[in-house]
Design a protein around this ligand. Structure first.
Ligand SMILES: [Zn+2]
Length: 332
């Protein structure tokens, strides 16, 4: 297989959709191995990342539910130059929970994103989310009970001191905070407490997912606290269909693209590579009438700002005539 054109453009050349993928940063991207060798992805990380680079994406945030991805990101950055892999840490039991030493050591090896607990969150266990999925792979995950799960808040709905310590470290190392699978109510308390540590923007992780299941009002509350709301392409794929793209658009229109972020949550063996999944969602939004500007804000400007990058290369959206879009819409 040649290095170039593993995923060639549509007949007639790149479309507006292709142009909008350029410069995108996928803030939620899993890899392999993850959880166990049995939990497979569509392809090896190097091949998948190479496709993302060929599509013109600027970067990904590599997430793992188990381990900090610092070492993997380091090597992937050497193996696939031209696209940035940003390492992260997820504050689950596997890293010792809200463990400041885990967080600081990940930060000193380049972690720039902290996900709050996912399968270790009491809320996830109550909802039968990722904690339930983990049971297929780990014998020791059979008895993940909510009473043993992690919470952001304790008695009196006060944010726990160990969470505050992690927020202080996040501020110290310019780490972006994502809410993970904690409850919407805990997420609100977290976004509020983060301000005390100079963190004005957090990411409200996929509020539409079964593991979070936030109401529209809770989304509004989070946005009012400065949060950006995440929409994952994975949630629109056949296995989940947890949100219809038109519903996502409706929410985005309400809260504004400036308060929204599009990611893939690339994870499963049956899911297309991230560049293609992101392309699907971007193309769908275009079909439904979203502006190229709004999409650029969500896939490029917002994630770049959060990571403290200069805005990535502007996608040249001016070249595709409007008539192309109308043609396509009339075919649909
Ligand atoms: Zn994820």
């Amino acid at each position: 297989m040649s290095e170039e054109n593993r995923m060639p453009p549509p007949p007639g050349g790149p479309t507006l959709t292709d142009k909008l993928v350029k410069g995108a940063i996928d803030f939620h991207h899993h890899g392999y191995p993850e959880i166990s060798f049995e939990a497979r992805t569509r392809m090896e990380d190097v091949d998948e990342l190479t496709l993302s680079r060929e599509a013109g994406m600027a970067g990904i945030v590599l997430k793992s539910h188990l381990w900090p991805t610092v070492g993997r990101a380091y090597h992937l950055n050497r193996l696939v130059p031209g696209i940035k892999v940003v390492p992260s840490i997820t504050m689950n039991f596997s890293v010792g929970g809200f463990n400041p030493i885990s967080l600081e050591s990940a930060a000193r090896q380049g972690a720039k994103v902290m996900f709050m607990p996912t399968w270790s969150a009491a809320h996830d266990m109550e909802r039968g989310g990722m904690s339930k999925h983990l049971r297929h792979f780990l014998d020791r995950a059979q008895d993940l009970k909510p009473e043993r799960g992690m919470r952001i808040t304790g008695p009196g709905h006060k944010v726990l001191p160990e969470v505050k310590e992690c927020l202080a470290i996040a501020h110290e190392f310019d780490i972006v905070v994502c809410t993970g699978h904690v409850s919407p109510r805990e997420s609100i308390a977290l976004a509020d407490a983060a301000k005390d540590y100079g963190i004005d923007e957090v990411i409200f992780s996929h509020p539409d997912s079964n593991s979070v299941a936030a109401s529209r009002e809770e989304i509004r509350d989070m946005v009012q606290l400065g949060a950006l709301c995440e929409f994952c392409a994975l949630g629109t794929l056949p296995a989940f269909q947890r949100i219809h793209p038109s519903t996502a658009m409706e929410i985005i229109e309400e809260i504004s693209p400036e308060k929204s972020i599009l990611t893939t949550d690339y994870f499963f063996e049956w899911a297309p590579p991230a560049a293609e999944t992101l392309r699907m969602l971007i193309g769908t939004f275009l079909e439904f009438g979203m502006s190229a500007e709004a999409i650029t804000t969500m896939v490029r400007t917002n994630p770049a700002r959060l990571l403290g990058w200069d805005d990535t290369e502007p996608a040249d959206t001016a070249e595709t005539p409007q008539s192309d879009r109308e043609d396509r819409a009339s075919v649909a």
